[in-house]
Design a protein around this ligand. Structure first.
Ligand SMILES: [Zn+2]
Ligand SMILES: [Zn+2]
Ligand SMILES: [Zn+2]
Length: 103
């Protein structure tokens, strides 16, 4: 294994569009987590499309109100408007309790 960084496949970061190593768990440019790959439901980890309003597997709402700017945003790692971290923020009970697939 030659550890030549230039030979690693690169993919664009979802947040800043810079090309970063395809196995990145963090974007080295904008420092955000999960910069590559699909978005997953926070409850059941099912892959959800950015167009989805709810998780097709467990019905969890994939929209939430940003705790910082108050806008309704897609529930991914960060607010698309102000950049506030969303994952790890508690979602309201009536939304979270829909899940039947807690593991
Ligand atoms: Zn980035
Ligand atoms: Zn789900
Ligand atoms: Zn926000």
């Amino acid at each position: 294994m030659n550890g030549n960084d230039e030979l690693l496949s690169r993919e664009p970061c979802r947040y800043c569009d810079k090309m970063i190593p395809a196995d990145s768990a963090f974007c080295p440019v904008c420092k955000r987590v999960n910069p590559l790959g699909p978005i997953r439901c926070p409850i059941c980890k099912n892959i959800v499309d950015e167009d989805c309003r709810i998780c097709a597997h467990c019905g969890t709402s994939m929209e939430m109100d940003c705790p910082k700017c108050g806008r309704t945003v897609f529930y991914e790692e960060y607010c698309e408007y102000c950049g506030a971290k969303l994952r790890g923020v508690k979602i309201p009970e009536e939304r979270a309790s829909v899940g039947v697939c807690l593991d």
